[in-house]
Design a binder for this molecule. Structure first.
Ligand code: IPM
Ligand code: MG
Length: 372
C-alpha cells in the first residue's frame, strides 16, 4: 500500500490561486513519480472566505488543518477587504493558523540561485553564493502581545497600541530550532533584537546567551541589533548563516533578504511547531510574498516561492527529502534556461514557469533512470 498524506490546500486571494495551481501541478508530478498518495483537500481562507462565510477562517477549516500532515497556503488580502475591523481581516486566516496550531518557528531560507545573480539588486561579488536561513518567531511578539487596541482620547484623537513581549520559554524553543539548523549548515547563529531599547529585546538576548552556553556552546553565537542587521544584510549579506529573531523583525528582515535573491516572489517558507518523530505535522508552507493585487489575474505572478514551499513541505512534513531536492533542482534548472516571470526581468507567464519546472522534473527522472 502506498503512503498516504493529507494536505490541506488554501490558495487564498489575489495571485494565491494562480501560483498555487502551478505548485499543485508539481505536487501531482511528485505523487506520480514517488508512488505516494497525496489526498488534497481544498478550502477557502482570507478574503474569499470572508465573502463566502463572513469569516477569514472557518473553525471547520482550522480543524481540517489540525488533522492534516501539512497545509499548503497561498496568500491572503486585497484592497476589497481593507476597511474591515481587525478580527475580520483576511490576514487573520494565516495568523490564526500559526497561533492555534502553535507553529512557533517560521523558517525562511533566502538563497541566491546561481542563474539569478543578475536579477539581484546587489553586485555579483557581494551577493554570489548568498545562503541565509531566517528563523522568525511566529506566534508571539508584537503580533500577538496584549494589551492591544485602539482607544478614543478626550481630545478627540485616538491612540493605537500594541505590546511586544517575549518570555524565556518562547525564546528558548525558537532558539533551539535555530541552533539545530545551524549544525547542518555553517554552524553560526546571529540573534537579532533591540536589546538597547526594549526590555523584551534584553530578555531575548539574555535567554539566547544562556541557552547557547547550556546546550549549544559548539555553535557560534553572536548578537546584533535589528537596525544594524538590516544594514549589514545589504552591506555584506554573506556574513550570515542563520538569523533568529522575533515576529516583527523577522517579517521585515525576510522581505529585505528576499529581494537580495532576485525577487520577493522567490522565497518559500515553512512554519513549524509540533513534531511527529522526525517530521513536523501539521505545518504550514507558504511563499513569503503577499496577494499582490496589482498583478492578480494577469497570469504573470512568479510561482517559484509557492513551488519551493512544496519542496520544503516534502522535506520537513512528508519525509520525502529526495523528491524535495528534485523539485529544487528542477526550479534552478528552469530558471537557468530563462523561465522567469517579469519580477525577475523575464517574460514568462505563471503557467509557462510551471511548464518549465515540470519539463525539468521529467528530464531529471529520465537521466536518473538511465544512470540506474
Ligand atoms: C508574512 C506576511 C504576513 C505576516 C501577513 C500576511 C499577515 O507578511 O508572512 O510575512 O505579517 O506575517
Ligand atoms: Mg511579511
Amino acid at each position: 500500500m502506498s503512503q498516504e498524506f493529507r494536505i490541506l490546500v488554501l490558495p487564498g486571494d489575489g495571485i494565491g490561486p494562480e501560483v498555487m495551481e502551478q505548485a499543485v501541478r508539481v505536487l501531482k508530478r511528485v505523487e506520480a513519480m514517488a508512488g505516494v498518495d497525496f489526498r488534497l483537500e481544498y478550502a477557502l481562507a482570507g478574503g474569499c472566505s470572508i465573502d463566502a462565510y463572513g469569516t477569514p477562517l472557518l473553525d471547520r477549516t482550522l480543524e481540517r488543518a489540525r488533522g492534516s500532515h501539512a497545509v499548503l497556503f497561498g496568500s491572503v488580502g486585497g484592497p476589497k477587504w481593507e476597511g474591515l475591523g481587525f478580527d475580520l481581516r483576511p490576514e487573520i486566516a494565516i495568523l490564526r493558523l500559526r497561533k492555534e496550531l502553535n507553529l512557533f518557528a517560521n523558517l525562511r531560507p533566502a538563497r541566491l540561485f546561481d542563474p539569478l545573480i543578475d536579477a539581484s539588486t546587489l553586485k555579483p561579488e557581494v551577493i554570489g553564493g548568498f545562503d541565509l536561513m531566517i528563523v522568525r518567531e511566529c506566534v508571539g511578539g508584537l503580533y500577538f502581545g496584549e494589551p492591544r487596541g485602539i482607544e478614543q482620547l478626550s481630545d478627540g484623537g485616538r491612540r493605537g497600541f500594541n505590546t511586544e513581549t517575549y518570555s524565556t520559554g518562547e525564546i528558548e524553543r525558537v532558539g533551539r530550532v535555530a541552533f539545530q539548523l545551524a549544525r547542518s549548515r555553517r554552524n553560526e547563529v546571529c540573534s537579532v533584537e533591540k536589546a538597547n531599547v526594549t526590555e523584551s529585546g534584553l530578555v531575548w538576548r539574555e535567554v539566547m546567551t544562556a541557552l547557547h552556553q547550556r546546550e549549544f556552546s559548539h555553535v557560534t553565537l553572536r548578537h546584533m541589533y535589528a537596525d544594524n542587521c538590516a544594514m549589514q544584510l545589504v552591506r555584506a549579506p554573506k556574513q550570515f548563516d542563520v538569523i533568529v529573531t522575533g515576529n516583527m523583525f523577522g517579517d521585515i528582515l525576510s522581505d529585505l533578504a528576499s529581494m537580495l535573491t532576485g525577487s520577493l516572489g522567490m522565497l518559500p517558507s515553512a512554519t513549524i511547531g509540533a513534531t511527529n518523530g522526525d517530521r513536523f505535522n501539521p505545518a504550514v508552507y507558504e511563499p513569503i510574498h503577499g496577494s499582490a493585487p496589482d498583478i492578480a489575474g494577469k497570469g504573470i505572478a512568479n510561482p517559484m516561492g509557492q513551488i519551493l514551499s512544496v519542496a520544503m513541505m516534502l522535506r520537513l512534513s512528508l519525509g520525502l527529502p529526495q523528491q524535495a531536492a528534485e523539485v529544487e533542482s528542477a526550479c534552478i534548472q528552469a530558471l537557468g534556461e530563462g523561465a522567469r516571470t517579469p519580477d525577475l526581468g523575464g517574460s514568462f507567464s505563471t503557467v509557462q514557469v510551471g511548464d518549465a519546472v515540470l519539463e525539468q522534473m521529467g528530464r531529471l527522472r529520465t537521466s536518473s533512470v538511465s544512470v540506474a
